[in-house]
Design a protein around this ligand. Sequence first.
Ligand code: SME
Length: 172
Amino acid sequence: MSFELTSIESADKAGFYAELTSQARGLLHGEHDRIANAANLAALAWHALPAINWCGFYFFDGRELVVGPFQGKPACVRIALGRGVCGTAASTRETQLVDDVYAFEGHIACDAASRSEIVVPLVLNDQLLGVWDVDSPQPGRFDEEDRKGMIALCQVFVESLRVDEPRTGEAA
Ligand code: SME
């Protein structure tokens, strides 16, 4: 299988995320392996998203979050539920959009260059799979459009893991 990494030309963020999500769907199509799809999605996002210094996955091992496939500098390996931005997204199951990581109590600084962050919880069949985390060296890098776009992107990943049910948009 080969995948053409094409640059995204959309001028507006909604269009950008629509294109990115569509590329992700193509990239993950037909594959259900969690590590493979997480690795490819992290690579796709890393090359597409401007002004980021880390993007990747933490997976829930039944007790805490453990770092998974990512792009960027080496990161802290284990994060307890409820700790930092990732642990908060995991325990609340709500996307965390942090304009200024230094103002977020308990933020875990894996890379001192990070200034803002977005973390999306990954849930399948009501089970917590982990989180998708993106960091930026720019304060306030992520807005509501990024929140919507990242959630749509994560949905492609979560749906790709279903092995015994038809995918969204596919005929049964
Ligand atoms: N900043 C995160 C930790 C993970 S790194 O950013 C890769 C947090 O506070 O949970």
